[in-house]
Design a protein around this ligand. Structure first.
Ligand SMILES: [Zn+2]
Length: 77
């Protein structure tokens, strides 16, 4: 996968399975085990367009969760 927009200017990435947290309409979803490309320099996380669509579609039209988890919510202030 070629990554076009990498802020740090680095062009080498490695594959990693990551978790991602999204907030849609005041609901927070944690999505686990997503394949991603990670920037070798700054650790920025990129998804392929297909993966990105799948992740975000899942949240606009959430299927029943695989599991409910308890989480701590911290507000930066
Ligand atoms: Zn980077």
């Amino acid at each position: 996968m070629k990554v076009k927009y990498n802020n740090c200017g680095n062009n080498t990435f490695h594959d990693e399975i990551v978790n991602h947290v999204l907030e849609i309409k005041a609901r927070i979803y944690a999505v686990k085990n997503i394949p991603a490309k990670i920037c070798d320099r700054c650790e920025a996380k990129f998804f392929s367009p297909e993966t990105y669509d799948a992740v975000y579609k899942m949240n606009y039209n959430p299927k029943s969760p695989n599991k409910k988890i308890e989480a701590e919510l911290l507000e930066f202030s």
